[in-house]
Design a protein around this ligand. Structure first.
Ligand code: DGY
Length: 384
């Protein structure tokens, strides 16, 4: 199989395993790992997202593993091609994997890797940044200055919302949602309300203990409550940040009816996946409710935006930057590579997701960091 040599870079051509990487990744460590494991590595030199056809062409008729991006579909077509090329692992360069047909991969015996743990605080920080940018009208102020409209301090210029001691709501209390909640609770003394199908006892205990600490310092406590429904969360929170993963049950979980449940001056933040929000309904809602504010990192039809969104003064919009810190993006690349090499070498699964940083040093465990369908594939777990 021959790929266009100007578009693809081949390293260690005689390597024993052929690994296709659909786009260059940050840092060098990930590549050193693949090369040290004896892989032939073929990297698409440009940063553009590949079409399904291009991914299939790259996989060709012999490929042991592929590292792909969340913008590329790893669907039935790609999986069939990878399986018939002898592929055993597809590692997504992302923590989310809604672009991958997990059941299809499992049926074909293909392990699907992801990169959890190294994006948690980075993405939570972006959600915090969007929260305050929206509440305090930072992007509007920035535009105002650049347009030369500032003619001096005014008592009522661009007034926003004070969030201190108000209520923050999270929809989805997993790793990133919990990190965001803690930043808002500890930093801004906000009360927490969360909605998740599962109770998050450690988060509740943490906030309660933090509330006790505040009391011990003579301050008002903060509280934590699990909402019984999404509607209850939306009605009660001053800020709602979305941290659910995308599936059939969460697609358009925020629609026109639910936007209408939210407070007139609420802040809605989304750093998860765009389709959680019905974007058309959001544009209409923001247009009709100028005090409502939204901070978006993700979009329903990325990279496109719903008509009308970019013209809204009450929307702060950034281009899917949640995990975009140098450290995180390099660490994601390392985990994606180690998912590949670990699977190819037949290592067991790492049993300590909370200690994923064990893979980030010079020495790392003889284990596979994170395979989302490991249980269904019967991949053994490293004995503690
Ligand atoms: C992910 O990893 O799922 C983010 O959306 C991008 O880093």
């Amino acid at each position: 199989m021959s790929l266009d040599s100007s578009a693809w870079k081949v390293l260690q051509p005689d390597g024993k395993w052929r690994v296709v990487v659909t786009g260059k990744l940050p840092g060098n460590r990930w590549l050193e790992i693949l090369l040290a494991a004896g892989c032939r590595v073929e990297i698409r030199a440009s940063g553009e997202t590949l079409t399904t056809r291009e991914v299939r062409d790259a996989i060709g008729d012999r490929c042991d593993a592929c590292i792909g991006r969340l913008t590329e579909k790893c669907d039935e077509e790609v999986l069939a091609c990878l399986a018939s090329a002898g592929g055993r692992v597809y590692s997504n360069y992302a923590v989310g994997y809604d672009n991958v047909d997990i059941d299809g991969a499992t049926a074909r015996g293909i392990a699907v890797g992801n990169t959890p743990g190294v994006l948690t605080e980075t993405t939570a920080e972006m959600a915090v940044a969007l929260t305050f940018a929206a509440a305090r009208r930072v992007a509007e102020g920035d535009r105002f200055m650049r347009e030369g409209r500032f003619s001096g301090w005014q008592p009522d210029l661009l007034l926003g919302e004070l969030l201190w001691r108000k209520t923050v709501g999270i929809l989805g209390a997993g790793r990133i949602g919990s990190a965001y909640a803690r930043m808002m609770v500890e930093g801004h003394k906000m009360g927490l309300i969360y909605y998740d199908k599962e109770r998050n006892q450690p988060l509740e205990d943490y906030v309660t203990a933090y509330g006790d600490f505040l009391v011990s310092r003579g301050e008002e406590p903060v509280t934590c409550r699990r909402a019984r429904s999404v509607d209850e969360l939306l009605r009660e929170a001053d800020v709602v940040s979305l941290h659910a993963s995308l599936d059939d049950s969460t697609c358009h979980i925020i629609d026109a009816a639910r936007l209408n449940l939210m407070r007139e001056n609420a802040v809605l933040v989304n750093t998860s996946r765009g389709p959680l929000i019905d974007e058309e309904a959001l544009v209409a809602h923001c247009g009709a409710h100028p005090l409502f504010r939204v901070g978006l990192d993700v979009y329903e039809d990325e990279p496109d935006m719903r008509p009308g969104l970019s013209g809204l003064e009450n929307a702060v919009i950034v281009p899917h930057l949640g995990s975009a810190s140098t450290w995180t993006r390099e660490a994601m690349a390392v985990l994606a590579s180690l998912n590949v090499t670990g699977m190819l070498m037949g290592y067991p699964l790492w049993p300590h997701p909370e200690r994923i940083s064990a893979f980030l040093g010079e020495e790392y465990p003889e284990a596979v960091p994170s395979i989302v369908n490991a249980g269904k594939l019967g991949i053994p777990v490293l004995k503690a």
